[in-house]
Ligand binder design. Sequence first.
Ligand SMILES: NC(=O)C1=CN([C@@H]2O[C@H](COP(=O)(O)OP(=O)(O)OC[C@H]3O[C@@H](n4cnc5c(N)ncnc54)[C@H](OP(=O)(O)O)[C@@H]3O)[C@@H](O)[C@H]2O)[C@H](O)CC1
Ligand code: K
Length: 500
Amino acid sequence: MKILSAKQIYEADRATIKSQAISSTELMERAAFACYEWIIKRFPDRSRLFHVCCGMGNNGGDGLVVSRLLLENGFRVHTHLINFSEHRSDDFKVNLDRLIEMKALVTEVSGVADFPTIEHGDLVIDAIFGIGLKRSPSGFTKKLIQRINNSKAGIISLDFPSGLFSASTVTDKEAVIRANHTLTFQVPKLAFLLPDNQEYVKEWQVLDIGLDKDYLNSADCLYHGSDLELNKGFYKVRKKFSHKGSFGHSLLIGGSFGKIGAMVLASRAALKAGSGLVSTYIPKCGYTAMQSTNPEVMVEVDDENYIQYFNFKTNPTAIGLGPGLGTHLKTKKGFVDFFSNCKAPMVIDADGLNIIAEFSDLSELIPENTILTPHPKEFERLVGKWHDDYAKLDKLLAYSQQHNCVVVLKGAYTAIAHQGKVWFNMSGNPALATAGSGDVLTGIITALLSQGYTSLEASLLGVYIHGRTADLAVEENESIESFSATDAIDYLGRVYKEFV
Ligand SMILES: NC(=O)C1=CN([C@@H]2O[C@H](COP(=O)(O)OP(=O)(O)OC[C@H]3O[C@@H](n4cnc5c(N)ncnc54)[C@H](OP(=O)(O)O)[C@@H]3O)[C@@H](O)[C@H]2O)[C@H](O)CC1
Ligand SMILES: [K+]
């Protein structure tokens, strides 16, 4: 799933118009028809009043087509032309003429006095600006956006919430539509995946408008979505004659007094994610807890309450390092010696990341293709503060390239960066923001690494699977509040079944 830039979307439009021998007006009709179909399925009540607010460009043109389709099918519609410019796009003009021919209710809005009265229960179709927005809306257009936001009506944005930029941060928060639903064309948009924009983009939907497949397949994108289709592409179906030795040996290293649970979760997740063998290397104080809760897992121990020697005998195919590790001085010292000489592929999480951040030289010693799984605060410790989400993405790309590693930046739409590209995970929900969730993820990714997936594949698949456990759990028995890290492990089986 590619995430195209605005420039690429315009190119895709041109390629489509050429290859399918259609006019731009026909493409607009197709896009708006897809919106219309979505809208009437979701809001079939014909007594409801639709306020369709149209700008002067092609986003406004989409709005005019939606107005016409709604009217033709017996819905109540008031179309408002937001007169912010003398210039009107050609397809806007064509569709305005069509609407006027129908004797539709169309009013020009050129100032506050022309603002519509929007009642509770009405629906606003926001077609003021799309990807052609050049600067923050101002004057009466900004005031109208505020009026719409302050109304009690539901708001459906076509393609983009008006006022939201496609590739840069919002500068005037009061000049952006806060949409309940955004119906966007063909591909997800980067702006929808960034936490800074969450007030403007709530629920969003990609509508297929049949853009040229060859263009879409060949477009070189910096940003991608990671969905079931992508992950199915490299998921390895198990062969009949495979045995436990075929699926590697994961070693989870971590734990400290009071934080043995992190290792119980990580090692159990590794087991249930399909690692052939799973060992743990933990402080002595965790021995009984580990053996009694995870009978399939082997245990080696270090010092009494925290790890310091890192002198395990296991010969792992992959290592997960960091859950519950703590930052005792002796742990830090042992970590530094161990980390720089480690030959097995590694996933580093939690205090493992904090120790790397503390000793900045350690970043230089990260072995090639290591996977780092920071949450935003841990990432900030590694790279310093950022100004906005776009700056954060720049830092993410730069750090992963500079250290030749995979960085899994956790959050809603976890961002996975490798070799100059970023994949945004499309599964998951806020249920995952729960204690131990990161430990489970470390276990899953380690298990996938040990089964022979590349670092990038293990990260993409691990994050996708982890997110999906929460999706399925919330569809079935759990709620966002009740879901726990243990539930994530329990749902792994059902998620794997979606792959076969
Ligand atoms: N493949 C697709 O995705 C398709 C998308 N479609 C729709 O087309 C729009 C993009 O249309 P475009 O005409 O390029 O751009 P907009 O409608 O978003 O806006 C352009 C007009 O807005 C003016 N502008 C920009 N910023 C401001 C501002 N802050 N204040 C006032 N006016 C502003 C701009 O004027 P300039 O003089 O500044 O150039 C334009 O007049 C896309 O989002 C989809 O909705 C197609 O319908 C089908 C294919
Ligand atoms: K819009």
